[in-house]
Write a protein of this length. Sequence first.
Length: 103
Amino acid sequence: MNIPAPLVVLIVVLGLAGIGLYCVLASRNLIKVIIGLQILVKGVVVAFMLAAHLTQNENFGQTLALTIIVADTIVAVVGLSLAVQIRLRTGSLDVKSISSLKR
């Protein structure tokens, strides 16, 4: 039984996107939400790489993937620093505790 490689990669993309989306929607812990976003974005990067491979444009796909990874890392660092500050102010990493902060 020969399964084509793009189909396997598509299954991996859907798996990563599903796991990441579940983590973002089901979790109330800020750290878990950030990890879920990281997993979701990694699935998107693999999808871009698959699309670049299928269109025979690997150089553009690699450039786009690298740009997305750098931007995603910056977002994760800012999110984690905000989570640390929220933990210091509220004593909890629960998403509901953010609503008690003053505007």
